[in-house]
Design a protein around this ligand. Structure first.
Ligand code: NAP
Length: 332
């Protein structure tokens, strides 16, 4: 049997382009005992994949050249030689960018799609949702009445952070890159204030105006000048959750920012980075809580869905130009 796959063909310098990817057809081997044949349904594209395109040491190993890109995929079991899965089951795992693939029964887990949309296991009930939950609850520790600012607020992680902060009774301020996202977060996701960083003339003032009592928790998804402006409004004993720095992922030089340490010191601010896998032992607890909020209607979610396997590289590149509202997924 043949299948289409997408490999990394060269390492990008700056913003990746379609030339960094190659489509090819490969033969699949026979399925052995303990293996399953899967057909991809939903493929996740995530900002951390940009880091894996570099040949640099990080928490996730670089993608090898001329090998299929790996990412989170929700897939349908179309043939099984495993006692753990049967044909028709839906599974999720870190899988290759192939239309059809064979994997060990140990590499995936079955998910319940009777009441939950399958793609939610890539978003609100997957890695981004858990990132929002653990980053906010374990580091941000929001308290009722506090002001929580989240950058990248209309993305897969940000939209969950803002809503959890609302559940905890906080004044929630989002930062996004389009007026449409401003409207969506205010009207559909109950954010109190949302700032468009592309049109705001003075970000420091825009944040000061949106946060009259200052910033108690900053959930940082983007870094760079946006974060400099938020931190200049930070309160005594505030918590800064360093989740992502997407504004720097395609930088070819290290940018120079203000020295923020004196401000953190004099205002007794905690700033902590984290990787969601730090909380791996608690994923069950996190997934249960997120599922409960989703089923109770307290946590809403939105997705940008691209259609067709060939769209995967474009969808990944689109994260860096703000093409998505909520989780970006590719549906086959
Ligand atoms: P996402 O927000 O769904 O997609 C990225 C969004 O970032 C875009 O839609 C865009 O929205 C914004 N953006 C892109 N380039 C930007 C720039 N130069 N300046 C400001 N905003 C920019 O991605 P996500 O999955 O929720 O991830 C958000 C962040 O969390 C990323 O930095 C990611 O690496 C990080 N993350 C960390 C962990 C962890 O374990 N620490 C886990 C998951 C994700 P706009 O239209 O608003 O610009």
């Amino acid at each position: 049997m043949k299948t289409k796959q997408i490999v990394l063909t060269s390492r990008p310098v700056g913003l990746p382009t379609l030339h960094n990817f190659r489509f090819e057809e490969v033969d699949l081997p026979e399925i052995n005992k303990g293996e399953i044949l899967l057909k991809g349904m939903f493929y996740s594209v995530d900002p951390y994949m940009r880091g894996r395109m570099n040949d640099a040491k990080s928490y996730a190993a670089p993608f090898p050249l001329d090998q299929p890109i790996m990412g989170a995929v929700v897939a349908l079991v179309s043939e099984s030689k495993s006692d753990m899965f049967k044909t028709g089951d839906v599974v999720v795992g870190s899988l290759p960018w192939r239309e059809t693939f064979i994997t060990s029964e140990k590499g995936v887990r079955k998910v319940d799609v009777s009441t939950i949309r399958p793609s939610y296991y890539l978003g609100v009930l997957g890695m981004p949702g858990l990132t929002a939950y653990f980053g906010l609850m374990r580091i941000g520790k929001p308290k009722e009445g506090e002001t929580v600012v989240v950058s990248g607020a209309a993305g897969a992680v940000g939209v969950v952070v803002g809503q959890i902060a609302k559940i905890y009774g906080c004044h929630v301020v989002g930062i996004v890159g389009t007026d449409e996202k401003v409207k969506t977060l205010k009207e559909e996701f109950s954010f109190d204030e949302v700032i468009n960083y592309k049109t705001a003339k003075d970000m420091r003032k825009a944040i000061a105006d949106a946060c009259p009592k200052g910033v108690d928790v900053y959930f940082d998804n983007v870094g760079g000048e946006i974060s400099d402006a938020v931190i200049s409004n930070i309160n005594f004993h505030a918590r800064v959750v360093l989740c992502g720095q997407i504004s720097l992922y395609n930088a070819t030089e290290v940018p120079m920012g203000p020295r923020i340490q004196p401000m953190l010191l004099t205002r007794s601010v905690l700033m902590q980075g984290f990787i969601v896998s730090n909380y791996q032992d608690l994923f069950l607890e996190g997934t249960q809580q997120l599922t409960e909020w989703v089923t109770q209607g307290k946590l809403k979610y939105t997705e940008t869905v691209e259609h067709g396997f060939n769209k995967l590289p474009n969808a990944l590149l689109g994260l860096f130009t703000g093409e998505n509202t909520g989780k970006m997924v590719v549906e086959i």
